[in-house]
Write a protein that binds this ligand. Sequence first.
Ligand SMILES: *[C@@H]1O[C@H](CO)[C@@H](O)[C@H](O)[C@H]1NC(C)=O
Ligand SMILES: *[C@@H]1O[C@H](CO)[C@@H](O)[C@H](O)[C@H]1NC(C)=O
Ligand SMILES: *[C@@H]1O[C@H](CO)[C@@H](O)[C@H](O)[C@H]1NC(C)=O
Ligand SMILES: *[C@@H]1O[C@H](CO)[C@@H](O)[C@H](O)[C@H]1NC(C)=O
Length: 327
Amino acid sequence: MLIETMDNQVHNMILLLFLFVYEAESLRLPLVPPYISEEGVHVAGFEHGINYAVAGATAVSSQILAEEGIHDLVTTASLEVQLRWFKQSLPLICGNASDCRNVIRHSLILVGEIGGNDYYALIRGGKSIDEIKSVVPLVVKTIVSTINELIGIGAQTLIVPGVLPLGCSADHLTIAQGSKNEEYDPTTSCLIWLNQLAEYHNQLLQKELNHIRELHSDVNIIYADYYNATMQIYRFPYKYGFINESLKTCCGGGGPFNYNSTAPCGDEYATVCDEPYTYVNWDGVHFTEVAYKVIFEGLFQGPYTTPAFKSLCPLSSHVRIGISSSS
Ligand SMILES: *[C@@H]1O[C@H](CO)[C@@H](O)[C@H](O)[C@H]1NC(C)=O
Ligand SMILES: *[C@@H]1O[C@H](CO)[C@@H](O)[C@H](O)[C@H]1NC(C)=O
Ligand SMILES: *[C@@H]1O[C@H](CO)[C@@H](O)[C@H](O)[C@H]1NC(C)=O
Ligand SMILES: *[C@@H]1O[C@H](CO)[C@@H](O)[C@H](O)[C@H]1NC(C)=O
């Protein structure tokens, strides 16, 4: 979960620009500092927002996942924990409750992308398709209750992304190695059942978001369709210059998708490709900068947010604001 404070000068646009480092850098906007770093808790420099996200975080709490038999999580900093940090940090950021309500009301809050790591943990834990599908409503419910809590303390503008095409990512494809031919999409070579899982999550999430919109007509809920914004790349890789394998990583330690969890990108046995901009996948879990740029443009200049982001906040004004704020 990330929060962007938007004072009048900064306006309500910086949002995703930090998520997609490429854009933040190209627009010369500051990157959003993490709330917790190696030096500890951090709220200095929050004028441009604070990042409560944690790599590998799940939506559902580690206790509940443990009840599902999932124990080896990358982190226990689930959405609930991040929301708690957020609330704990408020006195430092904005003082008393009424002042904070005002700050939160004028902030852009990004809730996610989250949920993908829950499914990754379940897949790694050897759960069946049906078992994993049965957890989707719980994952969505957890995200929705976080959104409702945020609205309760004053949030008025939230971006809620759906999950990515899980069946196209090198880590999932590596785990599912040896699946039958008919389990792969003939156009993209992505795993059909995992992409259907992502679609199911996203449909359920959007249904719940519509419900929230009905209950809170004064709140702006912007759904960010990461799935379709990313699928356009897998469907037409050449169109964007991804002339090498769209499912293989640029940086990794071998294997059919150049993804090796015992020799990940950065390991001494891992290698890096010569031309990262011809690859979609950077390290098995993240995209290359060029792929992020395509996704960013699809979301914020193209059709993949609901309502369309460009109609809410034309990107040309961001560029102006970005440049003037950095001068
Ligand atoms: C909150 O703090 C502001 C000063 O920042 C003060 O003006 C206001 O009266 C306070 N409100 C409450 C409810 O204490
Ligand atoms: C996004 O993908 C879903 C599932 O494939 C599809 O039903 C939907 O129409 C797509 N939306 C857009 C805007 O492409
Ligand atoms: C993955 O990395 C380990 C450790 O470097 C190595 O022993 C193994 O052969 C690699 N696997 C593949 C498929 O390249
Ligand atoms: C990508 O593909 C092109 C054309 O086939 C090749 O020349 C280039 O070396 C590849 N880039 C890499 C491995 O980074």
